[in-house]
Design a protein around this ligand. Structure first.
Ligand code: MN
Length: 236
């Protein structure tokens, strides 16, 4: 901590300018260190497009039950709180409230946050897997326009730009959730309000109710009650 405080107070040692939009998340970490002199790691290369990005959905029995939807991007988990949870029904659009980025390690967290702490309550790892951008998605029965023809799709957005623009299409490869989805920002409803929706592809299940059909952990198969009981029992 002393090192960070020290570095932050030195003029001319600042990291990349704030607000720069093509910053490697580790640029600031690296700019403060000389790796010829320190044994600290320089950090892995940022994930290339070929590597798998993780996603998870945590069922969170806080003051109000909700689901936390998290996608790995830029070395963190971009996160949304979804009061009603994801739905495989393409007619269901679920409110998804953008919340703060979480560390990647959070994607394996299942347990209980003590009462009185931020987010106090039981957290279940409801679904987990990997995801990839899906700029190519088109509704069934619609052919993608030929490249170069009028109406042809714009060049594929990288997912960071897509998120900034407020519409990210992606394919999930999870235990419970799969196929093509989109997160769409409702710009007339404030910065934080998005919709999570399922595209009508072969993995869509109209009329399905995930909360009733698949309530338990994708990691340990436990129910919320079992997780809460285990965590309480193991307290010293
Ligand atoms: Mn939560």
């Amino acid at each position: 901590m002393v090192d960070e405080t020290d570095a932050a107070s030195k003029p001319g040692q600042a990291g990349p300018r704030p607000g720069a939009d093509t910053v490697d998340p580790l640029d600031e970490y690296r700019s403060r260190r000389d790796f010829a002199l320190t044994a600290e790691p320089a950090g892995a290369k940022p994930p290339s497009g070929r590597e798998r990005r993780i996603f998870c959905v945590q069922k969170h029995d806080a003051s109000r039950l909700h689901y936390d939807f998290r996608l790995e991007l830029e070395g963190v988990l971009k996160s949304w709180a979804i009061p009603k949870g994801p739905s495989l029904d393409p007619h269901e659009e679920r409110l998804a409230v953008r919340v703060e980025d979480h560390p990647l390690e959070y994607a394996s967290f299942e347990g209980t946050i003590p009462k009185g702490e931020y987010g106090g309550g039981t957290v279940m790892l409801w679904d987990t897997g990997w995801w990839e951008p899906d700029d190519a998605w088109v509704p069934a029965g619609h052919r993608p326009p030929r490249p170069g023809s009028p109406g042809a799709a714009e060049p594929a957005l990288d997912p960071v730009a897509a998120l900034d623009k407020g519409e990210l299409k992606f394919v999930l490869h999870g235990s419970k959730l799969s196929g093509s989805w989109a997160l769409v920002q409702m710009k007339n409803r404030g910065q934080e309000n998005w919709l999570l929706l399922k595209h009508a592809d072969s993995s869509a299940r109209p009329g399905s109710d995930m909360e009733r059909e698949a309530p338990d952990s994708a990691s340990t198969w436990r129910s919320l009650e079992q997780i809460a009981a285990t965590e309480t029992a193991s307290e010293p």
